[in-house]
Design a protein around this ligand. Structure first.
Ligand SMILES: Cc1ncc(C[n+]2csc(CCOP(=O)(O)OP(=O)(O)O)c2C)c(N)n1
Ligand SMILES: [Mg+2]
Length: 803
């Protein structure tokens, strides 16, 4: 890319746009603050100063450096600058700017799903967007190596991040993983304003950043002094000035920036005034010029930025440590309390005058600019970022999903085992579905039963690498061959990385126009370790399947540190994620088939009139599986059963007109529930047994149907309401789940039945499954005792006396 930092016309245009962008962003925040304060007394924090510090860098990027194929994660608080830039491009409308942070207005933090398509990656939870760019670059390599997206040029994945954002551990986890995979095409631009939310950051941090990135093979570019300062250093006495700045503590620098020209002069003359060259250098400048010079850091200097970006002529990852000033150009520049700072109305007026924007023309795209509107428009038209802008969100065709997946048949099996068998069977196929599956796992590939699939499809690496054990003919169950055609992305033990990888792979259809069907496996309890990244992936509407196994107390001898309790509730509460907890292999086959299709849906948000779920919008899927081997039913899968499994529940033993007890179970509690129902049958009438395959979907459908009725759609009935429609009023429900009881604890409220919810409320421990189910009150005896208490009647003959 020919960059001509010396090109005066280019620089003049960019300088104009930088001013405009800074003004619009400032006005947007001021306006939002005014509106919000009127509405509910809430002030807008965090945007004014934090946004200003990136104004120059984002001007250089969006108006000159970015290419249509590049993808960017913008630091959350730079949202106003981002929206202002898109407004100038004609891609963001005025109403949304005027309603920044308001209902349906431009979002406080750039959002892929709630803002315009120019938001490539959402940000908000600091650190997440940064890692997303790294994994997106790995996803791009994966797509290209498989021979896809050949007509789409490789893009750079760019993150604009705050210096304090670097404290987030997930960034460091990502760095390590990126190094292992030979990361390319990734730029991270650190807004080194030496301020966080609370304070001024530690001295000398940039040197740690330099060493850190250097250690991982990144090109490190430190952008410290702007062109004015560089020129001043060449004047007589300039070297003393450079030495003074280099030693100036961050706090003092910030304070002087805030105080302005006179303060700079006094301090500099006190410290290095020599009545000779240095004094002359200082005295040659007015207060305003001196302030301009002393704050001319490279991050606010267009020629330096254009030069630095233009010099990158390789695809290795690059970190730019760009010195900036938080609040640059605004009266609160440099003040340590400025993160939540806002300009007062007189300050805004003063700033508007300085920007030469007449009152009433605050939202104008051209007011205050030297160039004629037609010239600015012509410049904007030609900006590379704006070319083929409609392709920013790419599309990919759906991969056909067969009517049924292979069904493993064994008399006894665990859901984890069944998962391994189904995936392995799919691996034999050369159908598009098998080609597009990409698996990934944080060092638990084999222990989550993906081993056979990996043997078959291989691991992904840009360079082929054979399994040495195999070459040396040492017997091993697993072949660990790497190649560019491999379909498993091996990860180190970092669950944050797993979910960020899924987020990147799961957006491939939109980022690169190539559909992937990502499946990530991990141990269920460690979902919590990556939870924010999972939430982030869902918020971005990435599409993937999480297979979490083993789970719950059923992991018996592994003990309390590995037994998950809260995950069923996470699955229910996580938006964008449909959670299933099947008991049997045939259920899992139906669910997985559904998942491959569900992943690819992109319809409108209208609820389905049968389940009342918004199924056409699609989403990601979480499967909570187990290593507990249980006896499999011999049955044929018919359409009704399959539908029930997908909608969330079906009767294993339907209720009768006199049903007194319903036992509802999820997942591995099937044997205990079946046993209890059998034992109660002699003493209670028509004991019914409900298999719950997805408490999440069942519950969501119930809420949606209630909402629909409240809106006048009186016929709306959810799946669970239909299942419970004939239950006699007096019957009791005992639910049982290997997880927190609240997961199923709402069933009684559906049609007004008394309920006892059994589950796990305290940390687990080691033991046999039977020991633990007895101890935590999940075994058949506990179910019977709960039923007897709910529905006193005749004594239950199989209920042992409690000793
Ligand atoms: C995970 C997370 N924790 C906390 C916050 C609240 N927060 C927002 S910005 C910020 C400080 C940012 O400092 P820095 O990254 O240096 O940004 P800048 O100085 O450019 O505003 C904090 C703590 C957040 N958004 N996300
Ligand atoms: Mg900062």
């Amino acid at each position: 890319m020919p960059i001509s930092p010396q090109d005066p016309a280019l620089l003049a245009n960019l300088a104009q746009l930088e001013r405009k962008v800074l003004w619009l962003a400032t006005w947007m925040v001021h306006n939002a603050n005014h509106l919000r304060e009127k509405a509910d007394g809430l002030k807008v924090g965090g945007h004014q100063a934090s946004s200003a510090s990136l104004a120059t860098i984002m001007t250089a990027l969006y108006f000159h450096v970015l290419r249509p194929q590049d993808r960017v994660a913008v630091k959350p608080h730079a949202s106003p600058i981002f929206h202002a830039i898109q407004y100038l491009f004609g891609r963001q409308n005025l109403e949304r700017l005027q309603n920044f942070r308001g209902y349906k207005g431009a979002q406080s933090y750039p959002s892929r799903t709630k803002d315009i398509p120019e938001v490539d990656f959402s940000t908000g939870s600091v650190g997440m967007g940064v890692a997303q760019t790294l994994f997106s670059s790995l996803a791009q390599d994966y797509v290209k190596a498989h021979g896809w997206a050949q007509d789409w040029p490789e893009g750079r994945m760019i993150a604009l991040l705050g210096d304090a954002e670097m404290d987030e551990g997930n960034i460091h986890e990502a760095l390590l993983e990126g190094w292992k995979h030979g990361l390319r095409n990734t730029w991270w631009i650190i807004d080194y304003n030496r301020q966080s939310l609370d304070a001024v950051i530690r001295e000398g941090l940039y040197a740690r950043f330099e060493a850190l990135f250097g250690a991982f093979g990144w090109d490190v570019v430190v952008l410290k002094y702007g062109s004015l300062l560089e020129a001043a250093f060449k004047e007589p006495g300039g070297e003393s000035l450079r030495a003074w700045i280099d030693q100036c503590p961050n706090q003092l620098y910030s304070a002087l920036t805030f105080q302005g020209g006179a303060a700079w002069r006094k301090r500099l003359l006190d410290d290095i005034g020599d009545q000779g060259a240095v004094t002359a250098l200082i005295e040659r400048r007015s207060d305003a010029e001196l302030a301009r010079l002393m704050t001319n850091l490279a991050g606010h200097d267009l020629p330096s930025l254009l030069d630095a970006f233009g010099r990158i002529d390789h695809d290795r990852p690059v970190v730019f440590i760009a010195y900036t000033i938080k609040g640059f150009g605004l009266p609160l520049a440099g003040h340590k309390d400025n993160h939540a700072g806002l300009l007062t109305p007189p300050q805004v007026e003063g700033f508007r005058d300085a920007m030469q924007v007449p009152p009433g023309e605050e939202w104008s795209k051209y007011a205050g600019l030297d160039a004629a509107p037609a010239d600015i428009e012509a410049f904007l038209e030609a900006v590379p970022f704006r070319q083929s802008i409609e392709q920013r969100r790419r599309q990919a065709a759906r991969i056909p999903v067969p009517a049924a997946l292979p069904l493993p048949r064994q008399p006894e099996m665990s859901t984890q085992q069944a998962f391994g068998l189904i995936i392995n069977e799919l691996g034999r196929s050369d159908a598009a579905l098998a080609e597009r599956i990409v698996t990934t796992s944080p060092d638990v590939t084999v222990s989550t039963n993906l081993g056979a699939w990996v043997n078959r499809r291989g691991l992904f690496a840009k360079q082929a690498m054979a399994d040495l054990f195999k070459k040396e003919r040492i017997p091993s169950t697993f072949t660990w061959d790497f190649s560019p055609r491999g379909q498993h992305m091996e990860l180190g033990i970092a669950e944050m990385n797993l979910f960020t990888m899924l987020s990147a792979l799961g957006l491939s259809h939109s980022t690169f126009g190539e559909r992937l069907l990502p499946i990530g496996t991990l141990y269920d309890p460690f979902i919590c370790r990556g939870l924010d990244a999972l939430n982030y992936a869902c918020y971005q509407d990435a599409r993937f399947i999480v297979v979490a196994t083993p789970s719950g107390l059923a992991l018996a001898p592994e003990g309390g540190a590995h037994q998950s309790i809260a995950t069923p509730l996470i699955g229910m509460a996580q938006d964008g994620l449909a959670t299933f907890e099947p008991a049997y292999a045939d259920e899992l086959a139906v669910i997985l088939r559904f998942a491959f299709d569900y992943l690819q849906r992109d319809g409108d948000g209208e609820p389905d009139e049968h389940s009342w779920l918004r199924d056409e919008t699609g989403g990601s899927v979480y499967l909570r599986l187990s290593t507990r081997s249980i006896e499999q039913p011999s049955r044929t899968m018919d359409e009704e059963l399959a539908r029930g499994i997908i909608d969330g529940a079906y009767w294993l033993r339907p209720p009768g007109p006199n049903t007194e007890i319903v036992v509802a179970y999820s997942g591995v509690m099937a044997p205990e529930a079946i046993e209890a129902v059998g034992m109660m049958a002699e003493d209670r009438r028509d004991v019914a047994l409900l298999a719950v395959t997805s408490a999440d979907r069942l519950n969501a459908g119930w809420s949606a149907a209630q909402r629909a009725r409240e809106r006048g759609l009186l016929h709306a009935r959810s799946h669970i309401e239909r299942l419970f429609a004939t239950l006699p009023r007096h019957c009791g429900i005992v639910s049982v789940q290997d997880g927190h009881p609240a997961g199923l604890g709402w069933l009684g409220a559906v049609a007004g039945h008394r309920q006892r919810a059994l589950g796990v409320e305290h940390f687990g421990q080691t033991g046999t499954i039977q020991d633990l189910f007895r101890h935590y009150g999940l075994d058949a005896q506990a179910i019977i005792a709960a039923a007897a208490a709910l529905n006193p009647g005749r004594p239950m003959r199989y209920l042992k006396a409690v000793v």
